[in-house]
Design a protein around this ligand. Structure first.
Ligand code: MG
Length: 202
């Protein structure tokens, strides 16, 4: 039986919520990561980017695998020594990072370097998940959240460049600029569009 992609995506949303991760928590991290580069960036744009990267199978599958292992460890349903390694979030165990890193490759080097930064700095909910006294096993989940946030951050960085170039191409008659604004019907990238205009003009 082949599982429909819609089902997989729905399950990913449900599992993240069940494990105490709200998409807003991830969007907060994205905003913090990208705000220094895009001063007009708004929270809603970050949320949109988080949802967009969560529609990618590569990331969905990593999330399902990682959360499943966390849950099984929590239920003592794995065999030793893996059970103890996961329950203790053993420092030299790197499969959690490896799984998460594998899922960000599609978003390029910005995603990869942002992931490395988040892995070290543990911003926002990532720190909360990494806290062993939290009472749950989140060995994989903290890295998966970092993977989602870094992919969404990279996506925003690339979108921004695309918009800047479209606006530059639009000169001097402004036709392209109108096309960009029309494309942005939902207004999702309006703040970015404004910023792109400023950058293109500088
Ligand atoms: Mg981890």
């Amino acid at each position: 039986m082949r599982v429909h992609s819609r089902e997989v995506e729905k399950t990913v949303y449900r599992k993240l919520a069940e494990r105490g991760v709200e998409l807003e928590d991830i969007a907060d991290i994205v905003l913090e990561m990208q705000l220094p580069y895009h001063p007009h960036l708004e929270f809603d744009t970050c949320m949109e980017s988080v949802k967009a990267v969560l529609s990618k199978r590569e990331l969905q599958h990593a999330i399902l695998v990682g959360i499943e292992l966390d849950v099984l460890a929590e239920q003592n349903a794995l065999s030793e020594p893996l059970l103890s390694i996961l329950r203790e979030d053993e420092g030299l165990f790197g499969c959690d990072e490896t799984l998460a890193i594998g899922s960000v490759y599609g978003y390029g080097s910005i995603a990869l370097t942002t992931f490395g930064f988040l892995d070290k700095q543990k911003i926002g909910i990532i720190r909360k998940l990494d806290n062993k006294s939290y009472g749950k096993v989140n060995t994989f989940l903290d890295d998966l959240v970092a993977a989602i946030a870094s992919s969404a951050s990279s996506r925003i960085a690339h979108k921004q460049r695309d918009l800047e170039e479209k606006l530059l191409d639009a000169r001097p008659d402004g036709e392209g600029q109108t096309a960009v604004q029309e494309e942005d019907k939902a207004g999702e990238f309006d703040p970015l569009l404004r910023e792109a205009g400023e950058n293109a003009a500088s």
